[in-house]
Design a protein around this ligand. Structure first.
Ligand SMILES: [Zn+2]
Length: 234
């Protein structure tokens, strides 16, 4: 009965405030959330959870840094539904979408053996000024959704100074989607964790993860580090 009432009230609120698909702008029906059913079928899942051989994401870090396990939920290409999700998460002040997709990531990785002993999730830090103007760090919002499923804490990251060492104009269109901060300091000094997962919204070249992992491993050489993103460029 309660369920029935809530579905009626949801339909009613749809009539008053119709919500539209964030990608194709079709009006959503009651059971849809952010994305219409048609666009949902166009989301390209990586299926990395089923891989027994190294994935494209694993290979990004070969010979550069030591990573325990990686996971990305979707492939990201220009003008796709995944781009609309990232755009809504980054620029539309929509934290609900981040938590929803964070939970989707959590459901996938809860079935992967190598992620079983994760003790904390570390969102890629955002330059304080940027966080202030946007109001939130999208990596942190995704981490909160993952945390709801995995029941591990989100480690707050405090970063004093960050510099963007590569000018935005020198990057390709797709590279610009990756977090631009390349210099991290004072993160996880002498942590007691044995295994953490760093979370970001998208990975393109892997340069952000690379610099962050180097800083953390310099202070905690034994720490197992895994990497989790919503999307990886195809
Ligand atoms: Zn749609």
């Amino acid at each position: 009965m309660i369920r029935h009432i809530s579905s009626i009230s949801k339909s009613f609120s749809h009539l008053l405030f119709p919500e539209n698909c964030i990608h194709c702008e079709t009006e959503l029906v009651a059971k849809e959330s952010f994305i219409c059913t048609k666009c949902k079928t166009n989301l390209s899942l990586t299926f990395f959870e089923n891989y027994t051989e190294p994935t494209k994401m694993d290979k990004l870090f070969w010979g550069k840094i030591s990573i325990h396990k990686t996971f990305a939920l979707y492939y990201f290409e220009d003008k796709t539904v995944v781009q609309s999700i990232l755009h809504t998460l980054k620029y539309k002040n929509n934290q609900q979408i981040g938590r929803q997709f964070g939970r989707k990531i959590g459901e996938k990785i809860s079935k992967i053996y190598d992620f079983n002993d994760i003790e904390a999730l570390l969102p890629v830090p955002m330059f304080p000024k940027k966080k202030f103007s946007r109001g939130y760090n999208q990596a942190e919002i995704l981490a909160q959704g993952i945390s709801e499923i995995l029941k591990v804490p989100v480690q707050q990251t405090q970063v004093n100074k960050l510099k963007d060492t590569i000018s935005q104009t020198k990057k390709s269109m797709l590279e610009r989607w990756e977090s631009s901060e390349k210099n991290f300091s004072s993160i996880l000094n002498n942590t007691s964790y044995r295994h953490i997962a760093i979370v970001d919204d998208v990975v393109t070249t892997g340069a952000t993860f690379e610099s962050l992992v180097k800083v953390i491993h310099a202070k905690n050489p034994e720490l197992k580090i895994s990497l989790i993103t919503l999307a990886i460029t195809k």
